[in-house]
Design a protein around this ligand. Sequence first.
Ligand code: ACM
Ligand code: ZN
Length: 494
Amino acid sequence: MRTIFCFIVCKLAALYSFPQQVVSIIPQPQQVDIREGNFPLHKARLILPADPKAKSVARFFADAVKQQTAIVLSTVKVSSYSISFVYKKSIADPEGYEISIQPKNILVQANNDKGLFWAVQTLRQLLPLKKTTTVELPCLQIKDAPQYAWRSNMLDVSRHFFSVDFIKKHVDLLSLYKINKFHWHLTDDQGWRIAIKKYPKLTSVGGWRKEADGATHGGFYTQEQIKEIVKYAQQRNVTIIPEIEMPGHCMAAIVAYPELSCRKKQLETPSYFGVINDVYCAGQEKTYQFSQDVLNEVLALFPSKYIHIGGDEVPKFRWQQCPVCQQKIKEEGLKDEHELQSYFIKRIQKYLQSKGRILIGWDEILEGGADKNAVIEVWRGQDKAKEAIANGNSIIQTLYLDGPPALLTLQKSFQFDPSVAGAEKKMLGADCPLWTEWVTEYNADYMLYPRLQAFAERLWNVKTSYDDFQQRLQYHYSLLGKKGIQYGAEDKNL
Ligand code: ACM
Ligand code: ZN
């Protein structure tokens, strides 16, 4: 009797809490009103928009529905239930959208195809996580737009190489959580990962290293593979920001071409990590020519307006010893090696500007003075953020994901707040870098999830609570599990 009573109470409780349980969107939309009734997705006709971009978004939605459930949405059948994607120019935010689910129709509206696409990523999170031919979606009204325009994740593919398949799967998930930029850290001391036709040894030599145990580690992306990934990301509203490190963190390049360094010594691609003294020789014209040649090929592959050139952790030791660098300092009337670093970055910045692009650098590019048109990615704390803003630069804040979940807990990630008081106009948003000295394809998921979801929510909607986020996350553990993602352990409530 007691069991039956309990059974009935539990069933009633489950029914009562139905809408909350089925709506578990991350990041939480700005406004969600759940209404009475349901919309039978399996009976609906998808009305294809005339506009080609909107049409491809509608098709992406149909494909996602087919993959996630077992429903094939017809675009031709006669039905009194319809799904429409429509432009509504009065929606001001370029990424904003509205969804209205009523008993007979779903209406998705946005200013442009980007907003329509984010609406699709929201709709996908309303679907059940099992193959089924009947799906009832709850009636609701959503109005949504992001808090910050720059929401990115960086993956370091130099310290460990990540396959094309991994990158695509990664971009799929960034897109699902409305992370609109993928910052691809393509070069560093331990490996050069992007094929450059004019300098083939960058990848044939600099793409590989000998590990301490004698094994070889390496790999690189061909230009065809990069084009394919850029297109794949574009179709998912994700812009790829390539990062080509200079004038430091470039051992792989100077191993391939020793003439680019001050000492011209033949070195080996390092299998150890840290900050290495050997950097590009900033005194010789050859280095600038090389950097521009590389960037020319990079710009042809990546349409992004923003190009990251690193600029972090550049030891000045070799420059102090190098007659060519010292001569350059004299010729250009520079005070010291810090100003030589600034001279280097400013030359590259002008070059990128002449090609219609904007330079991003880590906060070290403030050393010796930075052009205010450069964007500063801040990784060394609020003082650097304030320094950049005082210098007139726009900034990107960071939440590093390379610490293990025990050090950066989920709750701490959820408390991430990129804002700097009074600097709203200069605040683009934030990046969550994953450095991979100790990370490979086999443990990357553990480092990324669920912290990346917390980051995504904080950049989209700052008004939600951690408790509520944790409740919604339960659906997403199942979602990640279905995709074979080995997400990390969640910390207990503190
Ligand atoms: C950095 O972590 N060196 C940007
Ligand atoms: Zn030099």
